[in-house]
Each structure stands twice: as C-alpha cells, then as structure tokens.
Design a protein around this ligand. Structure first.
Ligand code: GLN
Length: 338
C-alpha cells in the first residue's frame, strides 16, 4: 500500500515539474507585434535604404533577445498607437512614449527606459522667444497626441498648429509657418547636430522631466516579459552600450518606477476600494430593506395559519350556509393563489 502511495506521489511531482517547464518554455519563439512610427530620430527612423533603426529599435531588439521573443514591427502614426493598444491590435509600441498619468489609466507601461523632457525650438534669428512665458500670443507647432501638444494648451492667447509627425512640425518652423515648436529636447538636438534642422536652435532649459516607457494593453501578460528583458539589458551593460552608440555619453541613472506612477493607485486596488465603499454606504438601506422583507414574510405566515385554521373550522360546521360560505372563501383564496 505504502509503495503505491509513494508511486502516485512521485508521478504527481513529475507531472507538476513537466507542467512548470512547459509554462516557462512557452514564451520561447513567441512573436510580439510592436507599433512604431519611424519619423522620430534618433529613437526610430528609417535609413536611406528603408531599414528601421534608432535607439528604441536597438533597445527593443535587445530586450526581445534577452527575454526570448521575436518582434514584428508595425508602422503607424503616434496618435494611433494608444487606440491600437486598447483594442489589442498590437502587443506593444516603441515610440519614445512618455509615461503620463492620463495614459497610464488606459494602457500599461514598462519600467522607465529613457529620461527625457520637452524643449522649445525656434529659428536662430528669433531673439524674442527666450522661455515658456515668451510663447504667449505666438504661433506654436506641435505633433498631435504628444506631451508637447498637451503642454501647449497651457499657453493663453497662442495659436496652436498641429501636425501629424515631428519632421512636419519642425519643417513648418524652418519654413516660418510657426514661431516655435514644443518637442522632445533630444529629438530637436539630434536634428540640429545631424544637420537636418538648419537655422534652428533650442531655447532655454528643459520645460518638463519625462520618462519613456514601453506601453502594452492593460493586463497584458507580455508586460512582465518586456520588464524582465529590460531589467536584464540594464544590468548586463547592453543598455549602456546602446545609449553610448546613439548619444555618445554614459546613460543617467533611471528610476525603477516612473515618478508619476506613485500618483496612480493600482487599478484593481482602486476598483475594489470603490466597490467596498459603495457597499458600505448602502449597507443601512440594504439592511432596512431586508428587515421589512422578514417582517412581511412573518406576517403572511401568521395570517395564512390563522385564516386557514378559521376556514377549516368553519367548513366542519353543521350549518350548511356557513359551510357554503367557508367553501366559497376557500375557493376564492385558492383562485387568488393561482
Ligand atoms: N515623448 C512624446 C510623447 O510621448 C513624443 C513621442 C513621439 O512623438 N514619438 O508624447
């Protein structure tokens, strides 16, 4: 008997272990569809031969390699990425996307992978735009759906012109169609340095401190995989190598969590809290209702017993009219029950 017991136990352990190794191995060879807008150098852009390249691309490829998954890039406009993530048309995006509280309500971000910020770009001959306040009453160019577009809303009296992508926005500035552009500082500086943005300059210091994250749909099982890969490349020096390749300097220290994430309560926790709060608030009314139901039930049982017994007694009476009346009452009672 004991032998059989040990045999069953052993087999169960083997089964469990094989199950575990199957689960671990199930991510291998998995392909993630990753949205990209290759018009944001040095993060994502296309070489003359059409090859996808940039800091984000190198980083995503390194993450995929260390977390053992494949990447299939899908081109789409930046403004279309969040809807595509929400409908799970794509599994993730690499788009120099800033982790913001608003976005984090509808999609999930990986840990921060790049420290960034907004800056003002203007033409080299413009002397009167020197800081954010001097943008009042000016014509500002922004890319649709970006943090730059959001920041521009705080400027009273300015005319905001929106463009589909960053190169179009900066081209409008070069052409004199807008007075200034609000964009990620690194992108403006890279454009100026590489000679693509002639006669432009960056004004003053950073307007914001932002962190980029890799977004996934809410509740995506791939987020863990991406975070694991990111943690590995940050630790084993691959991240620093990629950073050095694109920016020529050592990367700054990155926080494990974006500062804005501390302001967002975990969705599950907040929903549970809200539900409990509603239940607690309604508890007195619900208990009052339950008490009335109990009272009514007790009353109907009592009336049923008393009424039924009375009719029963009268139906046994020797007087025919009384028996007839009790019968009729009983009939109507039964009919009303039907
Ligand atoms: N970092 C900015 C944002 O998230 C711009 C990103 C982009 O245009 N690709 O809004």
């Amino acid at each position: 008997m004991t032998v059989i017991r040990w045999l069953v136990l052993g087999l169960s352990c083997l089964f469990l272990l094989s199950g575990c190794s199957f689960t671990n191995g199930s991510t291998a060879g998995k392909t993630l569809t990753v949205a990209v807008e290759p018009t944001f150098p040095p993060f994502e852009f296309q070489s003359a031969s059409g090859e996808l390249q940039g800091f984000d691309i190198d980083l995503m490829n390194a993450i995929a390699q260390s977390a053992d998954f494949q990447v299939k890039y899908q081109n789409m406009p930046f403004a279309g990425m969040i809807p595509a993530l929400q409908t799970q048309t794509v599994d993730a995006a690499v788009a120099a996307m800033t982790i913001t509280a608003e976005r984090a309500k509808i999609i999930s971000f990986s840990r921060p992978y790049f420290k960034s910020g907004l800056a003002i770009a203007t033409r080299t001959d413009n002397q009167n735009i020197t800081n954010f306040d001097s943008l009042k009453n000016k014509i500002i160019g922004v890319q649709i759906g970006t943090t730059g577009a959001l920041k521009a809303k705080n400027l009273p009296g300015s005319e905001i012109r929106t463009f589909n992508d960053s190169p179009l926005t900066l081209q409008a500035l070069i052409n004199g169609n807008v007075d200034a552009v609000l964009n990620d500082q690194v992108v403006i500086l890279y454009g100026i340095k590489s000679g693509n943005l002639k006669r432009l300059k960056v004004v003053s210091s950073l307007l914001t401190e932002e962190f980029y994250g890799i977004p996934t749909p809410k509740g995506s099982p791939n987020l863990n995989l991406i975070n694991q890969g990111l943690a590995t490349v940050l630790k084993n020096g691959t991240y620093a190598q990629i950073y050095q390749k694109w920016f020529g300097i050592q990367p700054p220290q990155l926080p494990e969590k974006s500062p804005i994430e501390n302001q967002i309560p975990e969705k599950g926790v907040s929903e549970l809290f809200i539900s409990l709060n509603i239940i607690l608030k309604s508890l007195p009314v619900l208990l009052g209702g339950a008490l009335v139901t109990l009272e009514l039930t007790a009353l109907s049982v009592l009336l049923g017993i008393v009424g039924g017994s009375l009719i029963g007694i009268v139906r046994l009476s020797p007087a025919l009219p009384l028996r007839f009346c009790a019968g009729a009452a009983d009939c109507s009672r039964k009919l009303s029950l039907v």
